[in-house]
Design a protein around this ligand. Structure first.
Ligand code: NAD
Ligand code: DAU
Length: 330
């Protein structure tokens, strides 16, 4: 089997490349990645049966021959960071919307199985304290340029399934954590700040809730959907991992033996989504998937250890990221 993984040098895509190579001895992997600031070829260096093609999913001449040769395309490529989308939305429109369109046109031409990776943020947010969770049929109500561009990409996939019979599925996952995540994101930023002796930064009150899932659990769910999911369907991926940002920062502070109030509140994110929470029952009932990393404290501990042991991987990005945050007082 030949698997085309777009965005395979990014956080979730790179972990997907690793687990695919480990668990599927007959699979050849081709990674198509533009190597933006978020893509790091070191994350997939030295793996057998993996070829990296540096290119843009929004370029049809690059995409077409790769899709033609693939049995399945898994689209992780995206601009993924909300804060960046507030500073400059344009690459989000090109990569997330036009890029998905170009991939869809190629899979339409070649009849290739397509799985589109998306986010729970397309559903907007929930209130803190309410019991409701996101369901696959909920209306789309995205808040940021990032989440609205992902919502647009999902709608393109749905339309290409219905109008052209493209064999596609979509998954919308909650917040991932684990190795190889860029230091701009909350958990790696906080861990690497601790390593550098910088106090963690909490946006606004810190009461916002995210539904954390280990990246490896996200990726086992993706393969279950590719294997067993129904064409045209949307599956929500989550592992009952709700925590507010204060709790997460305090768990990381504890990992470093520091006091629970040893952090700073900084400027809030404009339009900050309050709470995400996933109802994963459709995924579980239809595919039998279950998470393996249910203990968030243990997964977080391993993630802290990974960043301590892999400073050469994240160090080159750290100063630029902090300089960018300094401009918005975050
Ligand atoms: P990331 O920013 O770490 O990686 C994105 C990758 O895409 C990078 O390697 C980058 O170089 C590549 N890329 C960007 N533009 C490209 C283009 N035009 N052509 C080819 N490659 C391009 O992102 P991530 O956190 O790994 O997220 C991957 C996917 O998962 C995204 O679609 C995101 O919306 C979705 N998602 C992320 C999370 C999360 O918690 N990180 C949760 C749910 C869904
Ligand atoms: O829900 C899935 C989404 O999760 C994905 O679609 C996105 O690609 C991914 O980036 C993530 O989005 P968030 O905006 O939730 O993640 P981020 O790591 O940027 O922030 C998590 C929470 O922590 C959010 O409430 C903002 C807050 N935060 C973030 C940073 C970087 C802080 O309080 N301090 C920080 O330094």
């Amino acid at each position: 089997m030949r698997v085309l993984i777009t965005g395979g040098a990014g956080f979730i895509g790179a972990n997907f490349v690793h687990s695919t190579v480990e668990s599927m001895p007959d699979a050849d992997v081709v990674v198509l990645d533009k190597l933006t600031y978020a893509g790091n070829p070191k994350s997939i260096e030295g793996l057998d049966r993996v070829e990296l093609v540096v290119g843009d999913i929004a370029d049809p001449d690059t995409v077409d021959p790769l899709v033609k040769d693939a049995d399945v395309v898994v689209n992780f490529a995206a601009e993924s960071h909300n804060d960046n989308s507030l500073n400059d939305p344009s690459p989000f429109i090109r990569t997330n919307i036009e890029g998905t369109f170009r991939l869809l046109e190629a899979v339409r031409r070649h009849g290739t199985r397509f799985h589109h990776i998306s986010t729970d943020e397309v559903y907007g947010d929930l209130e803190i304290g309410e019991s409701r969770r996101f369901m696959p049929g909920d209306p789309y109500a995205p808040s940021s340029p990032y989440s609205s561009s992902k919502g647009a990409s999902d709608l393109l996939v749905r339309a290409w399934v219905r109008s052209f019979g493209v064999p596609a599925t979509i998954s919308n996952c909650s917040n991932n954590y684990g190795p190889y995540q860029h230091v701009e994101k909350f958990i790696p930023r906080t861990i690497t700040n601790m390593i550098d002796g910088i106090r963690p930064r909490v946006y606004g009150t810190g009461e916002q809730v995210r539904d954390w899932i280990h990246v490896r659990d996200h990726n086992t769910a993706v393969w279950e959907i590719i294997d067993k999911g129904r064409i045209g369907e949307t599956y929500l991926i989550g592992a009952d991992g709700e925590k507010n940002n204060l709790e997460v920062v305090q768990m990381i502070l504890a990992e470093f033996g520091r006091e629970p109030d040893d952090f700073d509140h900084v400027n809030d994110r404009p339009g900050h989504d309050q709470r995400y929470a996933i109802d994963n029952s459709k995924l579980v009932e239809e595919t039998g998937w279950s998470p393996s990393f249910a203990d968030f404290a243990a997964g977080l501990h391993d993630t802290v250890e990974w960043y301590k042991a892999n400073e050469d991987w994240w160090r080159p990005q750290k100063d630029d990221v902090e300089a960018k945050y300094a401009k918005t007082g975050q």
